[in-house]
Design a protein around this ligand. Structure first.
Ligand SMILES: Nc1ncnc2c1ncn2[C@@H]1O[C@H](COP(=O)(O)OP(=O)(O)OP(=O)(O)O)[C@@H](O)[C@H]1O
Length: 241
C-alpha cells in the first residue's frame, strides 16, 4: 500500500537561513509518527509544509501515491488538531463535530448518528447539546479530536495537542488518543516535546536537529537511544543541539 504521507528531500530556507535540510520521511497507512526535537529545530515548519500552509520549500510531498505540492490545505484530505482545539464558540458540541460533514453535504440523520458515534469514541456520549464554553480544557480537546476525525482524514496532523492540559489529564488523554487512532485506523503525524507522549502515541519517532533528521525509527529504539546518548535524555527534547 502507498504511504499516507511521503516526504522527499524537503528543504526550507528562510532569508538565507536553512530551517529544513533534505527531510525524507514516510508514514504508512494507520501509522503514527512523532516529531521530536528542540525548540527551533523545524518541527512546526515541517508540519506546515505537510499541511499545505507553507509553499516556500523544495522537494516533494505525496499522499497515497500522488504529489500534493500546490494542493491547498482544505483539499488534501488531512485534518489538523492544535494545542488549543479552536472550536467554534457559537456552535454547540454537535454543531462543532458535524461541521466537516455539513461541508461535505452528508444528510442530517447520518450526521447525527456519526456525531453520537464520535462522542462515544472520545468518551463524551450525550454531550451533543452542550455549549462548548461550558466544557473543561480536556473535554474541549476531545471535541476537537472528534471534529478532526469526523472528516475521516487520510492523515491527522497534531501540533502539541495535549500540551495545554495538566499532566494527569495529558497522560490519560494520550492513552485515549492512541486507542482512538488505532480503532479508526487513522494515520497521524504529531509534534511533541514530551518523550512520554511519544512513547504512548507513536509507532515511529523522527528527531529533528537543526532542520535535519538526527534519529529515526521505531519509538522504543529511538527513545532508548536518546536516553542513552551523551548529555541527552536530561532535557525533554532529548537533543543537545
Ligand atoms: N516565517 C518564518 N520566517 C523566518 N523564519 C522562520 C519562520 N518560521 C519559522 N522560522 C524559523 O525557523 C526555525 C524553525 O522554527 P519552527 O517553528 O519550525 O521550530 P520548532 O521546532 O517547531 O520550534 P518550537 O518547538 O519552539 O515550536 C526557527 O529558527 C524559526 O525562527
Amino acid at each position: 500500500m502507498q504511504p499516507a504521507l511521503r516526504l522527499d528531500a524537503i528543504s526550507v530556507d528562510f532569508g538565507g537561513r536553512t530551517v529544513l535540510d533534505g527531510i525524507d520521511l514516510a508514514v504508512d497507512p494507520g501509522q503514527v509518527l512523532a516529531l521530536l526535537g528542540p525548540s527551533g529545530s523545524g518541527k512546526s515548519t515541517l508540519l506546515r509544509v505537510i499541511a499545505g500552509f507553507e509553499d516556500r520549500y523544495t522537494g516533494t510531498v505525496s499522499s497515497a501515491g500522488t504529489r500534493i505540492d500546490g494542493v491547498p490545505p482544505h483539499r488534501r484530505g488531512f485534518a489538523l488538531l492544535f494545542q488549543e482545539g479552536q472550536l467554534f464558540p457559537h456552535r454547540d458540541v454537535a454543531g462543532n463535530i458535524g461541521y466537516p460533514m455539513r461541508l461535505r453535504r452528508i444528510d442530517r440523520a447520518r450526521t447525527a448518528e456519526r456525531i453520537a458515534e464520535l462522542l462515544e469514541l472520545v468518551g463524551l456520549a450525550g454531550f451533543e447539546r452542550r455549549d462548548v464554553s461550558t466544557l473543561s480544557g480536556g473535554e474541549q480537546q476531545r471535541v476537537a479530536l472528534a471534529r478532526a476525525l469526523a472528516a475521516e482524514p487520510r492523515l491527522l496532523l497534531l501540533d502539541e495537542p495535549l500540551s495545554a492540559l495538566d499532566r494527569e489529564l495529558r497522560e490519560r488523554l494520550a492513552g485515549d488518543l492512541r486507542r482512538i487512532l488505532t480503532s479508526t485506523g487513522t494515520s497521524a503525524v504529531f509534534v511533541t516535546h514530551d518523550h512520554g507522549e511519544a512513547a504512548v502515541l507513536a509507532d515511529r519517532v523522527a528527531v529533528l536537529r537543526a532542520g535535519r533528521i538526527g534519529a529515526y525509527g521505531p519509538t522504543g529504539e529511538v527513545l532508548a537511544g536518546l536516553a542513552a546518548g551523551p548529555g541527552e535524555g536530561r532535557d525533554r527534547d532529548g537533543a543537545s543541539g
